[in-house]
Design a protein around this ligand. Structure first.
Ligand code: NAG
Ligand code: NAG
Ligand code: NAG
Ligand code: NAG
Ligand code: NAG
Ligand code: NAG
Ligand code: NAG
Length: 338
């Protein structure tokens, strides 16, 4: 134990542990990502699409985007399936609670487009009176929590990328958010407003340099502007679909970045500081700055829900007395989920 009394040694030990956890997390086949969707038919073939939308002839996605959009053609997109909307305190409920208890986040709820991949998720979305889009799928059951790297899991991941490409092509900027991200403050106040920045993406571990490609990206939260370069990026990303056996789409993007796609397309990509856009891999150091908290470095929905509830109660405690800077409670559920 004496050796740990040396602050340098213990800092090094903690750093090594952190890197180790990140590596494990990034390579582990037990990682439970958010599921998405898939289909064999073209995305917008609405021939047998059932919806309450009355504009039968209009493009349903176009009108859903227009309705959810802010004046500047910017929306927030989250994708849900049955596993995320069921039970009395589901992931979706906690996600929505964060907008309620967050600072300046309540009105953002009108600009979320919730993309439902099965009927139960869609019904729940309609019941909650949110902006809903039903992504029709054929031949694949998306209701369950997908087993990591199963065929359906992979199809769903790629379906998500394909869907988001369509949104970009329609000229919408968007924040993509997983539903295990708590929105404690309005992210637009911390995202760069500089229009030359094409993509601003969260990280599991921030290395201190917003322009360094060696940051560990996390595709659970990012802001992307719609332009030719970002459309090319998503096309290239989606183009890897049949050439990336055994990789999840986040790893494919990471490989593209390491392979120089940013330079090739002339993209400006900002990697977001965990001081603001944080997660369980690396907590934000400051309650006064924290903007989002992602239940990353975690393996199951159950553990995420458990620990995110604690995050919200830590946050509420801070909000009732902001003269103290509390510590985040340890994410025990997630730590045990490994
Ligand atoms: C939609 O799919 C159906 C069945 O595959 C096909 O008959 C129809 O032509 C398609 N409609 C459009 C607009 O692509
Ligand atoms: C939707 O259309 C496809 C192709 O036309 C068909 O195979 C499928 O059974 C239809 N689904 C429903 C729910 O009608
Ligand atoms: C879009 O408008 C909203 C509301 O006025 C603002 O908060 C946000 O920063 C704008 N987004 C962009 C990308 O300019
Ligand atoms: C946006 O960033 C570019 C590149 O750093 C810079 O040249 C430009 O002045 C910035 N624009 C604004 C409005 O800050
Ligand atoms: C994007 O590409 C299209 C087709 O190549 C071109 O017509 C358009 O001017 C480009 N837009 C921008 C903003 O570069
Ligand atoms: C497929 O992957 C291999 C190895 O990563 C690479 O050399 C090849 O260029 C890729 N093919 C396409 C079409 O991207
Ligand atoms: C907030 O906490 C500080 C430090 O613990 C304490 O001195 C202060 O009285 C508290 N304020 C309220 C309103 O509870």
């Amino acid at each position: 134990m004496r050796v740990l009394d040396n602050p340098l040694v213990s800092l090094a030990t903690v750093s090594l542990l952190f890197i180790g956890v990140l590596l494990l997390y990034h390579t582990s086949s037990f990682f439970s990502n958010q599921f998405i969707l898939c289909q064999k038919q073209p995305l917008y073939n609405q021939s047998n699409f059932t919806t309450t939308n009355v504009e039968a002839d209009g493009d349903i996605l176009d009108s859903a985007l227009a309705k959810a959009s802010m004046g500047n053609k910017t929306v927030m997109i989250a994708i849900v399936n049955k596993a995320y909307v069921e039970s009395e305190s589901s992931m979706l409920d906690i996600f929505l609670s964060s907008f309620w208890v967050g600072e300046g986040t309540r009105s953002l709820i009108h600009h979320i487009l919730l993309v439902a991949v099965d009927q139960i998720a869609y019904d729940r979305c309609i019941f909650l009176n949110l902006n809903c889009f039903r992504l029709q799928t054929d031949g694949v059951d998306f209701e369950g929590e997908k087993i990591y790297m199963s065929q359906d899991f992979i199809k769903m991941m790629w379906r998500r990328t394909q869907f988001l490409l369509q949104v970009l092509k329609r000229g919408y900027n968007f924040i993509f958010t997983d539903t295990d991200v708590m929105w404690l403050r309005n992210p637009f106040t911390r995202l760069s407003k500089n229009e030359t920045e094409d993509l601003q993406i969260s990280t599991d571990g921030y290395n201190g340099d917003p322009w360094s490609n060696t940051n560990f990206i996390n595709t659970g939260f990012y802001f992307v502007r719609s332009n030719n370069k970002t459309v090319s990026l998503f096309e290239t990303w989606y183009g890897q679909k049949d050439n990336s056996t055994g990789k999840k789409e986040q790893d494919v993007l990471l490989d593209l970045i390491r392979g120089g796609i940013i330079e090739q397309l002339g993209l400006r990509v900002r990697f977001l500081d965990t001081l603001y856009f944080s997660g369980f891999c690396q907590d934000s150091k400051d309650f006064r700055a924290v903007t989002t908290v992602h239940a990353n470095c975690c393996r199951s929905i159950h553990a995420k829900v458990l620990d995110l509830k604690v995050v919200l109660s830590d946050w509420k405690r801070f909000r009732t007395n902001s003269t103290i800077n509390p510590q985040w409670t340890k994410h025990e559920g997630c730590m045990k989920s490994w």
